[in-house]
Ligand binder design. Structure first.
Ligand code: CA
Length: 97
């Protein structure tokens, strides 16, 4: 009813950001504001189980961390998470056409 907000790019962007935020918070179990290797491992294991895939190896986890951890401090900050998710979505869209 009261949802007469303009469907412009920034509205879409906000929607995307809040979607990422809830995904991030689900992984960031101790609410530290960043995802450490342990939390990443747990998230990847859960994801694999959900999709009936084999459990990720230590190498898989390191690889995933490398992709997200842009400033190489060993943790994934929300900013990094958002950036990488955005990039991979862009790539996925490009690849589909
Ligand atoms: Ca980082």
């Amino acid at each position: 009813m009261a949802s007469n907000q303009p469907k412009d790019a920034s509205a879409e962007d906000q929607k995307f950001q809040s979607m990422c935020k809830s995904a991030f918070e689900e992984i960031d179990k101790d609410n530290s504001g960043s995802i450490d290797v342990k939390e990443l491992e747990q998230a990847l294991i859960r994801m694999a189980q959900k999709n009936s895939l084999p459990a990720p190896s230590k190498q898989d986890i390191q690889d995933a961390l490398k992709v997200f951890d842009k400033n190489k401090d060993g943790k994934i900050q929300f900013k990094e998470f958002l950036e990488v998710t955005k990039e991979s979505l862009k790539k996925a869209k490009k690849g589909a056409s």
